[in-house]
Design a protein. Sequence first.
Length: 92
Amino acid sequence: MAVVFWSVVNILTGFASTVFGFASFRFLLGIGEGFNWPGASKTVAEWFPSQERSLAVAIFDSGSSVGGAVAALSIPLIAIRFGWRLPSCFQG
């Protein structure tokens, strides 16, 4: 349920047309993301043998750090190349 909640709010963030709407969706994303860490830990505990759990936790935990680093490097390049505004074909 947490993944569905987070995914739906993430999609809705793209449709925010005001600063308040955008901030509200970002706040809800933060709430939804908070549910993912306990779920990931429980999944590792149930699916991995005890001798492999530390590596599994390290992999899913490092994903947030790597994702933030990749985003910080790639988003400016994408914005420079394509611009940050919504293409006219998607505007109403």
